[in-house]
Design a protein around this ligand. Structure first.
Ligand SMILES: [Fe+2]
Ligand SMILES: [Fe+2]
Length: 332
């Protein structure tokens, strides 16, 4: 997902009896559905895990602007260019809400960005794949934003107030993102034979990385169990992935495209689609920094940050001047 394999620092979930009275009261509050706010007591593990999760999510939004931003100048019409610009700008906004939510946990924006730029922080594996043709922009909206919605709708009920509230607004925008992607592919699939081939090629390349976004099977993971107990993860990776497949396969059929999975078939008994196994070797290679575009993405991000330094310096100098002017007025 936009935050994958978040480390909780635990290898086993504590039972109620093993918790301190403060931790017990905290867990009880979460179990009762009462939100945790920035000034409330929270166990250190909860705070640190949330910082990791929210910042990883923020980084994914910001790095996610890169593969699509590449196509702003090459959009085939003014209408598509305006839609893509608005979408990419929304992703920047999502990153900003999320950095703000992370800052309420006592970490600074500079620390978070430094972790991203030095390669210490992770972002979603999906953004390390290249966008090779215009149909990729449709596939990203339909599949990547679609998978993001699947994960983020339940996160609106997350136990940490600022994160859950950020999700409400983000989800509204993600739904527009998904539709614009699907609409783009629909136009291509109803177009020329060549356009339809481009759409099929994009689906072939983005299908499996999209399924990887949900992360590894998590039934056995202590981190997932802990995050679910804290309600900063609401549903298991596998159940979200299944829902995504069930929702997306009929949409592919409507487009007249073929999902690139020979094992895919409807299972009447389960009431779900069965599907093939993900190439986990590829997933872990991408997460570890060896995907097709990891280096390029990080380099583009660092260059953009450095190129924007003068803007930040100017804004800071202006703010300081403004502050000292108003101090002088106060003294007078
Ligand atoms: Fe987003
Ligand atoms: Fe989006």
């Amino acid at each position: 997902m936009y935050a994958q394999m978040v480390d909780t620092g635990v290898d086993r979930v504590k039972s109620m009896e093993e918790m301190s009275p403060e931790e017990q009261a905290f867990q009880k509050r979460i179990d009762e559905g009462i939100r945790i706010e920035p000034k409330d007591f929270m166990p250190e593990g909860y705070r640190k895990t949330l910082i990791r999760q929210i910042s990883q999510h923020a980084h994914s939004e910001i790095v996610g602007m890169l593969p699509e931003g590449n196509w702003v100048t090459r959009a085939p019409s003014l209408k598509r260019k305006a839609i893509l610009l608005a979408k990419v700008q929304d992703e920047g906004g999502h990153g900003l809400y999320l950095y703000c939510a992370a800052e309420t946990l006592g970490v600074s924006r500079d620390e978070l960005l430094d972790a991203l730029h030095t390669g210490k922080a992770k972002y979603s594996s999906i953004f390390n794949y290249p966008t090779l043709n215009w149909a990729d922009i449709g596939a990203i909206g339909w599949l990547v934003d679609g998978a993001a919605i699947m994960n983020q709708v339940p996160l609106q009920r997350c136990s940490y107030g600022p994160y859950g509230r950020a999700m409400v607004r983000i989800c509204k925008e993600e739904s527009f993102h998904q539709r614009q992607g699907y609409d783009l592919l629909l136009a291509m699939c109803r177009g020329t034979e060549e356009q339809k081939k481009m759409a099929q090629d994009a689906l072939n390349r983005w299908w499996w990385p999209s399924l990887m976004m949900f992360g590894p099977h998590d039934d056995q993971s202590a981190h997932s169990a802990q995050s679910m107990q804290w309600k900063i993860k609401i549903e298991s990776n596998d159940s979200l992935r299944q829902r995504f497949v069930d929702q997306t396969v009929p949409q592919a059929e409507f487009l007249g495209l073929t999902v690139p999975d020979p094992a895919l078939r409807w299972n009447e008994e389960r009431g779900h689609y069965d599907f093939g196994e993900i190439n986990w070797k590829e997933f872990f290679a991408v997460v570890k920094g060896n995907g097709p575009c990891n280096k390029e993405r990080l380099q583009a991000r660092v260059e953009a940050y450095e190129a924007g330094r003068w803007v930040r310096d100017a804004a800071l100098a202006y703010a300081q001047k403004h502050e000292s002017d108003s101090d002088r007025r106060l003294v007078a």
